[in-house]
Design a binder for this molecule. Structure first.
Ligand code: HEC
Length: 148
């Protein structure tokens, strides 16, 4: 009974490895001028805690390629880059930038970086102070009439 179960689990696991994962490749050339410009302190936090999902500089852990983890990782990277790509920043119009600054101010306390990601990425954890720093920076870019 237990053996049958184990075989099933193993079978499903092996089957899952054939599910094609498609981590989007970064473009052949990345225009450095398009990257967001922020004070060094902010850039350091963004790079450490956000770039895996919100830039082309994704550092993939080895288990990131193993299904079913890979499916989750793939969707985070795809959806994350779609929501904000800090290396495509200067291609966004002012309205979009402001929407993202608002999004950052709104999500930095709890939702971002994704809690599931933080469980396995100690280095990306932010202190309360760092979260406040990011929130203040984002808010400073939001027009007065749109302040939350
Ligand atoms: C593990 C991947 C991952 C990391 C790391 C991550 N994000 Fe995200 N982020 C996502 C995904 C996926 C979405 C789109 C789905 C959603 O909104 O939950 C998103 C959406 C967003 C949005 C748009 C949300 C909205 O409602 O407007 C903002 C802003 C954002 N992230 C900022 C950040 C910042 C700032 C950091 C770093 C402090 C960060 N993210 C780290 C995956 C990530």
């Amino acid at each position: 009974m237990l053996k049958t179960l184990a075989l099933w689990v193993l079978g499903i696991f092996i089957f899952l490895q054939f599910v094609h994962i498609d981590i989007p490749e970064p473009p052949a050339s990345i225009d450095p001028d398009k990257e967001i410009k922020a004070p060094p302190k902010i850039m350091a936090i963004l790079k450490r805690s956000c770039y895996d999902c919100h830039s082309y500089e994704t550092k993939m852990p080895w288990y990131g390629y193993i299904s079913p983890v890979s499916l989750e990782v793939e969707s985070h990277i795809k959806e994350g880059r779609k929501a904000v790509n800090f290396q495509e920043w200067e291609a966004y119009d002012e309205a979009k930038k402001e929407r993202i600054y608002q999004g950052i101010a709104k999500t930095i306390r709890f939702r971002m970086p994704l809690p599931m990601y933080l469980m396995i990425h100690d280095e990306a954890k932010l202190t309360r102070q760092e979260r406040e720093t990011i929130a203040a920076w984002a808010k400073s870019h939001i027009k007065e009439e749109d302040q939350p």
